[in-house]
Every structure is written in C-alpha cells, then in structure tokens.
Design a protein around this ligand. Sequence first.
Ligand code: ADP
Ligand code: MG
Length: 727
Amino acid sequence: MSTLRFHAIKETFNRPVIDVQEPVRRSAIFGQNVFNDAAMRQYLTKDSFKSVQDAVENGSKIDRNIADHISTGMKEWAIAKGATHYTHWFQPLTGTTAEKHDAFFETTEDGAIEKFGGGQLVQQEPDASSFPNGGIRNTFEARGYTAWDPTSPAFIYGTTLCIPTVFVAYTGEALDNKTPLLRALQVIDKAAVDVAKYFDKNVTKINPTLGWEQEYFLIDKALAKSRPDINLTGRTLLGHASAKGQQLDDHYFGSIPKRALDYMRDLETECMLLGIPVKTRHNEVAPNQFELAPIFEETNLAVDHNSLLMDVMSKVADRHNFKVLFHEKPFAGVNGSGKHNNWSLATNTGINLLSPGSTPMKNLQFLTFFINTIKAVNEHEELLRAAIAGASNDHRLGANEAPPAIISVFIGSQLTNVLDALEKVKNGKLSPEDKTDLKLNVVGKIPEILLDNTDRNRTSPFAFTGNKFEFRAVGSTANCAKPMTVLNAIVAKQLIEFKAQVDALIKDKKMKKDDAIFNVLREYIKDSKRIRFEGDGYGEAWEKEAKKRGLSNNKTTPSALKEQVSKKTIKLYEDLGIMSKVEIEARHEIEVEEYAMHIQIEGRVLGDIARNHVIPTSIRYQNILIENVQGLKDIYGKDFKKLAGEQMRLIEAISGHIESINKDTTAMIDARKKANKIDDAEKRAFEYCDKVKPFFDDIRYHCDKLELLVDDEIWPLTKYRELLFTR
Ligand code: ADP
Ligand code: MG
C-alpha cells in the first residue's frame, strides 16, 4: 500500500480554513514597510533626504558622512517597525535572491546598543565564495562585495531590514543580475533623451518601464511533497495525462477557488505592505494555474519587486498549505507558465513614448520609438532569444509541445498600414505637399486607441499591445533583469545610431529635421520587415517561413546561449559599457554549467523514480496477476488459458515496459557518465542536451503506460488528476 500518496490525498481533505486578515483600504497600508519618501521625510534630515533623492534621480554619489545619517535614520525607522536585523539583499547569478542577516545589536563596554553605521549600509563583503562567478574570482583572485542601490528603496520583510544592493567583484566585474541592468538603464536613458529632444526640449530623463505578469501553479503542499520530481526539479518528470485536462477551457477567467483566493488575498496584503503594486489576479488556462500582475513601475524597481514577490509567494503559500510551482512546464499536456514583460519608455514630462498621441508631432515621436524598437529587435533577435534561454523555458520554446523558438514582432493591422504608407515616403527632401499629406493622412491618422492590439495575437513572442511592447517569451522562473538588460541595451544602441543618422542628414544634406526623421525611419521599416509577423506564431508554416527570412530558431538552451558570447554581442556590450568580454564569458560559462546540472538532476531523479518506484510496483502487480493465473490453472487445468488470456497479456505487457525502462535508464546513465567526463562546460551542456535528455521521453512513455496498467490502489505516485484537480 503506497502510504505517501494516499496519506497526502487524505491530508488535502482535512485542510483547515486559513484565517485571512485584509485591510479595508489597501491604500492605507501600501508601502508601510518601505523606506519610501514619506518615511525618509520623517526619519532623515533635509540634507540626507535630498542626497538620497539626488542619487535616485541623477545617479550622484552619497557622501560618507551623509551615509552615516541615513543609516541611523533607517535603523530608527526599522526598529520602530519591529526589525531586529538587517541584510544586503541581492540577486546573484543563481537567479534567486540572497540575504545574510546581521543583528543591529552590538556590545559596548557598559552593555549593549543597537547599531547600524553608514559603512554597513553602503558596502558589505558577504562570504561569497559559493556564489557562481564563472571563473572571475579564480582568475582575478578578487573577492566580491555588495553595494547599496539607492534607486530601489529598503524594505522590511519579517523582522529584517532589507537593503537592495549590487554584487560585484573587487576588480569591478558584475557578479549579479542587477549591475548590468542598471548600466543598461543608464545607457538607454541618455540615448532616448537625446532622441526625445527632437520633439520636446523639456525631456531630461527617460525611465524604461516594466510591468510583468507572473503565471504560476498552486498545488497542495502534501501532494507536491509526495512527488520526488516536483520536490527536486519543480516539475513532473512522469505521470499520465488526466482524463480531464484543460480541454473544456473551464478554468480560464473562471471563479477563483476559495482556497486559492484566500491565498491571493493574504499574498496581496503582504505585497501592499512591501510596496509591490499588484493589481490583477485571475485563473489561467490550465487547471490550478493562476496569474498575478502589478501596475507597471520603473524597470529596476519592477525587477526587484518581481524577485521579492516570488519569494513572498512561496512563503505565503506555505502558510496556506500550498506549494507554488514557477516552473515553465510543470505538467505535460497542459499549458505552461510565462512571465510576460510589458515594456515602454516614460519621460520625466509624463509621456509614454510608445503611446500614440493626439497630434501628428506626437505621433512622429511615437513612430520614432516604435520603429526603432522593431529595428533593434530585428538586429538582435538572436540575443533576445538567448536572454530567455534556460533548461525549464526550453519546454515553452522549441520543444515538442511548445511553439517554435523564433522571435518575431506583432504590430496589428492599423500600424501595419501606417508602416506600409511610410515605406513609400519619397527619398530625400519632402515637398510641402508631400509633408502635409503625410501628416494628415498617415501620421495624423493613427488612432490613440489601437483596436486590434489588445490580445488579438496571443502567439506572438513580442507583441505591440497598444501603448507598450509585450515580451511574452520570457519564462515564469526568469529574473526579469536578463531580458530587460538585453532589450534596453539593444534599443539604446539603436537610438544612438538613429540619432547619428538623422543628425548627419540634417548637417550634410541640409535636410529639415522632420524630413531627416522620415527618411531614416523609412529605411528602418524596409530593413526590419523580416521580423514582423502577424500570423500564427505556433504553426509549422511559420517555422518554414521564418527560416526563409533568415530568422534564428534556436530550440535548445545551449544553442540559444551561443549568441551571448558572439563577437556581435561582445561588441554591443563593450561599446555601450554594459559588460566586458570577461563578464560576458563568465556569465555564459555559468549558464551552460547550470543547464548541464539541471538536466543531470532531472536524469537522476527520473532514473530513481523509474527504477525504485515504478518498476517494483509494477512487479508487485504482475505477481498478483501471476498468482491469479496460477490459481486459474490449478482449478481449470489445461482450459485455464481461456480464462486467463487478458491477465497473461497484461503480464507480458508489464514485462515489456519494464524491460524498456531498464534498457533506457541504463543507457541514460551511461550517457550521463560520458557527459560528466567532458571538461569544457559548453560541450558538456550540448552533450547533456543531445545525448542524455532524449532518453527522458522514452522512459516516461513506458512509465506512463504502466501507470495505466497497474492497480490504482498500489500506484505510488500522486496522479495528474489529483495534482491538478484538488482544490
Ligand atoms: P493586458 O491585460 O491586455 O495585457 P494591461 O493594461 O492589463 O493589458 O497590462 C498588462 C501589464 O502591462 C500590467 O502588468 C501593466 O502594469 C503593464 N503595463 C501597462 N502599461 C505599461 C507601460 N506603459 N509600461 C510597462 N508596462 C505596462
Ligand atoms: Mg497580457
């Protein structure tokens, strides 16, 4: 009798209702645990407050004396709110967040005090030898340190004051996800301001904005724990499809099950306290799949908030006896999870640069940023693909059940018409009539609300959705810093080029500004036609068409990651000052290594489940059948075959599957041993991808067949129907 599975199921029947306390008004508690402007005004001197503001707005350095004042104010605020410890909170290249708590408590000659100095606020040296560094520290024998990022406010989580920081080597190389992002944000700020000044001289600062949409599965904790694969890899490595799956579409936008809703209410209260502006919640397509989305924010803050959220989600889930699955494809045969990254550019004058305006001039500005983004994606589609690569997201991109791994841009029919018209703009200087016509009939005709840009094309990996681009191919486990670094870097580079070309036409060809802009945009539209695709991005026809167009289709992580270390990428990052060759190569090394380890762990867990759970159970059931056949023979003599035919076929079928599982598992283990002997990390990743992983499907196939044959009473693994339909 498989105790764990049935014990777990029984536990789910007896779940207590969890008490949820919600504020009457969320606004009343929003940001209560954040050292925001209001808190700073109360706890800091005017000078200190101004100095933090200056650092946030202009990137200016904070004087050491002032830092002492700030840390004291921060400490007083935190202690008043019940905090006992502080930590630098950072995002090492493991993809998650890291923290090491220190108490405010210090002893003195005559007792003890609460202390938190400017030095401890500004810089710390965590014992970081176990964080991945891709060889950087070995090469340079440099230690790493964390340094305060004042653009993301400190917050209290539990009883700990968390200070968002970057994590860098003493030799300057970035060891985290935040540092390159901050560099990319700085570069695009400058590049976009320079271009925006063509249209409005008052623009002095541009913030890229990010609004993520987090998809996830909620599974009862006991059920999740009863599955070694979910526990160790975040997904089911085997399990036969449930008779009912998502085919009825009865979950999507349906009423949220009470237990899940209670969880969300609790979670959202935590988010409010932490200043994470979550706003939208709903059921997703698959059973037990949900989504949570915030109001968009400045990108660095939005990235931090998503990382923090994922942590908070897991903690709150525990209290509600749930486990959150962030994996991109926890269950075969039902939808996976993504994290759409909605992105735009906002000016200090309050304009969304990707929002069509009400005048031709505003629309020319809109078109400039719109077309430059498309051009940037066209030039660097392969790098964007690399930015979202990872073992778990492979299941959403390019794998058998998943759409192709091709990056394309959807813009909708109205804007397609506009770009088609712009493409016909005459070369060189425009006559006054041409210009009037263009302004009245093309640029002036862009409606402020684009009707077909809401959710019309759900298959596009990079869609324009009315006033923002939505990068949909990002995986649900991703740290948004990676795709955001790439997107902002490539658009920055594009805007720099655009400015240079427009200025050259103005200066050398004596063109008017508008003429020059139209001329350059026209060429961009022509250049980037291949990236635009309005059809079904999931279809096979698109795969063929994209190949003809010369678009990349890197189906696996090792092949996708190659672009991260190409000459083109190194030049891009070095030119913009975002990352050096050393940093780029270190990151690549970490990612291919992580990929191989990921597949290695999955292979081990699958082998273990197949051999130690599935096979013994199947043999047990086979023995029951054999006993039955033997009994029939004893009673009926040579006529027994007429009665035992079905049992005997089952006995043989079970033996057949067992043999296949054993054969495949042995072969997989051999392939793993071979792969492990390869020193080069990238080659090892390819070997795992091409030689080890292919066994997974075969092993699973036979295990899943056995699940259908073996008596349900003794099957040890919690089944899909139980995982997906327990509410
Ligand atoms: P939809 O549900 O159709 O995708 P929403 O307006 O609900 O559209 O937005 C979805 C996500 O897009 C939200 O996370 C929201 O914050 C984000 N978003 C909206 N406008 C912007 C913007 N200008 N920049 C970045 N993200 C945005
Ligand atoms: Mg959306």
